[in-house]
Design a binder for this molecule. Structure first.
Ligand code: ATP
Length: 483
């Protein structure tokens, strides 16, 4: 359905394409979009206005209720908390109570209502009073006569617990309190691998082009922030690594942390989803908080496609909220943290939500291919030379016979060849060397595990290469001349 404002909206959009820093135009566009009943686009316009430097409190006070109304409560919560931490704002404070209610965070809503009443005595709280009356009625189903909240809204007005009463147990909150003396800190810490900072680029064989790009575009900005700031450029941000499994995406991210002396935490998206279903957005928020606290930090999200698959397909509100939360954290990071980098890895970049590709999010994407001849020789050197007789092997010969093998394939080849020598050693009772023949034997019938991936990727490189996003993959496929 067209609207009378449509031509003006299009004209404003054209003008903003030419000058995205024009704050009044963004704000005017937001008004028109709202009048045309296009709240999602109005939200984007307000976000852009903020990014362009619009007055934060005033603009956020318009944005936050819209976010809540469109169920983007995670972003609404973070934005409201940020503003209220710095300033008092009655309407936003009321909005924060509603956000907690909508999220079903009963305790948060109650606390905020209490502080709202203290800060604004005499303020109209009728909106919540009715709910409170209902919440205070004894529940006929509970013999103790304890008050029970029937709905989030009612629960928000539940009378606060007495001061000396133990707060209700919330395992999630305990997990988030990293760094305290709480014994649950151990649980928290043990969930994540904080990395081995001894791994550096010297441990990553080959991949020279990707390493050069990471040095130039990620490590240098992080190490020379003053220089970059002088040129109005920012360090930090997001990097998406894609490629066939086993080619070193995780290894590379870990080595980047080692190169720049950053903390490293690896998170499997499925770990968060499986363990913290319904709490995942809190976990993501807590992770980013922790990353900022421990900065410099590299947060590494593996299986990123699991989170980033197009929201339309994912369907559930849960996924959408989680994605919005991550987007929100990334946007926040861009504006206030130069020392947190996000690496995400995926084998299926075509399933990653395009919202993650916008400027300031994963705007740098690197293809991590199977290693070239020199890379394979390097990986073999790391594994084979540690074996008895390894020095006598012709690694070049093995490397030539393992075209398109992944790093993981080469590691496994070395293990399998060494098992043959181990068997001989056990039979003879004397340590036997690994030989070239062991490798030749193992190579019979062994092929690269990347072949299937490369065969399916060719279609995306050919037909789904919008904006040249798969140019590197395309070049690689052309070079290997197999597809
Ligand atoms: P997945 O997509 O399955 O998570 P990945 O691309 O993240 O795989 P890694 O887990 O980083 O791959 O690598 C698999 C194994 O291969 C690791 O043990 C790593 O040490 C080794 N490896 C891969 N590539 C290299 C490389 N270029 N140099 C040294 N080791 C490598």
């Amino acid at each position: 359905m067209t609207h009378t404002n449509d031509p003006v909206i299009e004209a404003l959009r054209a003008s903003l394409a030419a000058d995205p820093t024009n704050i009044p135009v963004w704000l005017h566009l937001a008004d028109l979009l709202l009048a045309a009943d296009r709240p999602t686009e109005a939200i984007d316009a307000l976000r852009n206005a903020l990014q362009a430097g619009a007055p934060e409190v005033e603009t956020s006070a318009r944005l936050i209720p819209l976010l809540r109304a469109t169920d983007q409560v995670a972003e609404a919560l973070i934005r409201a908390e940020q503003i209220l931490a710095a300033t008092q704002h009655q309407e936003l404070h009321a909005e924060l109570i509603r956000i907690h209610q909508q999220r079903g965070d009963l305790e948060g809503a109650t606390q905020e209502l209490q502080s709202y009443r203290e800060r604004y005595p005499g303020a109209d709280t009728a909106e919540w009073d009715e709910a409170q009356t209902a919440a205070e009625k004894p529940d006929p189903d509970t013999s103790s006569g304890e008050t029970v909240a029937a709905t989030p809204r009612e629960a928000a007005d539940k009378p606060p617990a007495a001061e000396d009463e133990e707060p209700p147990h919330d395992p999630q909150l305990n997990l988030i309190e990293v760094g305290g003396s709480d014994e649950d800190d151990d649980d928290w810490a043990s969930q994540f691998d904080w990395g081995d900072l001894h791994v550096t680029f010297a441990d990553v064989a080959g991949l020279e082009d990707v390493k050069r790009q990471i040095r130039l575009r990620i490590i240098a900005p992080m190490e020379n922030q003053d220089v970059y700031r002088a040129f109005n450029r920012k360090a930090g941000g997001g990097i998406l690594l894609y490629g066939p499994p086993g080619c070193g995406k995780t290894h590379l991210a870990r080595a980047t942390a080692g190169e720049c002396g950053a903390n490293f935490v690896a998170i499997g998206i499925h770990d968060i989803v499986d363990k913290y279903w319904g709490e995942s957005e809190k976990m993501i928020h807590a992770l980013f908080d922790e990353a900022r606290r421990k900065a410099p930090t590299i947060l590494f999200f593996d299986e990123f496609d699991a989170l980033g698959s197009p929201r339309g397909n994912a369907g559930s509100q849960f996924w959408k909220t989680m994605v919005d939360q991550l987007l929100q954290e990334m946007d926040g990071m861009q504006s206030n943290n130069d020392d947190v980098l996000i690496f995400a890895a995926t084998n299926v970049p075509w399933n990653v939500d395009s919202a993650f590709r916008r400027p300031g999010r994963f705007d740098r994407t690197f293809f991590v291919p199977p290693p070239d001849l020199k890379g394979r020789e390097g990986i073999l050197d790391m594994h084979a030379t540690k074996l008895p007789g390894g020095d006598a092997l012709s690694l070049r010969k093995i490397a030539k016979a393992t075209s398109l093998f992944t790093g993981a394939d080469l590691k496994s080849l070395c293990e399998r060849a060494s098992e043959d020598a181990l068997e001989r050693s056990l039979e003879s009772g004397v340590v036997q060397n690994v030989t070239q023949t062991d490798f030749d034997n193992e190579l019979v019938g062994m092929d690269s595990s990347a072949l299937e991936w490369l065969a399916s990727a060719k279609n995306y490189a050919r037909y789904g290469n919008e904006g040249g996003q798969y140019d590197e993959l395309k070049k690689f496929l052309k070079r290997v001349k197999r597809w």
